[in-house]
Design a protein around this ligand. Sequence first.
Ligand SMILES: NC(=O)c1ccc[n+]([C@@H]2O[C@H](COP(=O)([O-])OP(=O)(O)OC[C@H]3O[C@@H](n4cnc5c(N)ncnc54)[C@H](O)[C@@H]3O)[C@@H](O)[C@H]2O)c1
Ligand SMILES: O=C(O)[C@@H]1CCCCN1
Length: 312
Amino acid sequence: MSECPVVLNKDEVIRLLSLEDLIPRLESAMGKFSRRSTSGIIQPVRSVLPIHKHHGFLGLMPVYMADEGVLCTKLVTFYNRAENCTSPSTQATVLLFDPERGHVTAMMNGEAITAIRTAAVSAISAQLLKPAVSDVLCILGSGQQARSHYDVFTKIFKFKEVRVWSRRREMAERFVEDLEEPVVVCCSVREAVSGADVIVTVTGATEPILGAEWIKSGAHIAAVGACRPDWRELDDVLMREALVYVDSRDGAHAESGDIILSGAQVFGELGEVINGSVPAPREKTTVFKSLGMGLQDAVAAKLVFDKWKSEQ
Ligand SMILES: NC(=O)c1ccc[n+]([C@@H]2O[C@H](COP(=O)([O-])OP(=O)(O)OC[C@H]3O[C@@H](n4cnc5c(N)ncnc54)[C@H](O)[C@@H]3O)[C@@H](O)[C@H]2O)c1
Ligand SMILES: O=C(O)[C@@H]1CCCCN1
């Protein structure tokens, strides 16, 4: 290594990564990505190595943004394991490189980046696709992503009611204990989603937990879990009847069980909606199937590193 990289821990990343700066940069990068050949962005579908013995996976998420001079990769492990395990189910490190000389310039906590950028991208989808009047937010799941989605969605949007459901009720009760605003704890998915305008699914489910029959017509669903080709969160009817948007078509066709196993058609990429090349009819039921992209991590990591440098 020709130079020692800067190392930024979780607290530093959280301090330096502001939503106000991140969201417009993510919109711009995702719009550019969806222009493909002219984008100057190289992002292969992530490599995922199964860790069979421990019900886990190691993902490698490289990206090169030629115009911006950003070369980055995230290394992420994710596990599908018992809730009483004390380690987080998703853990990550993000590396930024000098693209000209090849050395690592910064190494930073990837859990904070993953939590914040995923919720920020879901918020971009909701901004574009949610019903014009959206009073009720429902979060299914009560883990890391549930918390980051709660924080980002309640900061950006004004909901009259927020609901949460978790597989174990005590986990949902623990989730709301830390919050300043009231959140309704629901006993069933059906109760939680009934009449909701925006639904966020952030669970470790591997079988569908959310059915079309319970959902209000015109609702927007940000489907964040189920990131393996044989994992599901949403049922076939919902996937086939809704307009389905994705972050990357290639990623979705390789990794999303909800898309592959339901046979749902992808209507567009979020970047295409941002570019105005794919419509966003708010009155229709819409699903944003999020899988996460190295590009989103790179945008966040560059922002963090630039802010850090500006303080030196
Ligand atoms: N799309 C993206 O960019 C992205 C990024 C990070 C994480 N994820 C995915 O989002 C999901 C949530 O991540 P997290 O970090 O919050 O995980 P977490 O472990 O912190 O929380 C998982 C939640 O899902 C619940 N759960 C687990 N198994 C379930 C099941 N079978 N049915 C219903 N609920 C179940 C748990 O009770 C918990 O509330 C995971 O699937 C993860 O892989 C996606
Ligand atoms: O894009 C991500 O960061 C996550 C990692 C865990 C699996 C799902 N996608």
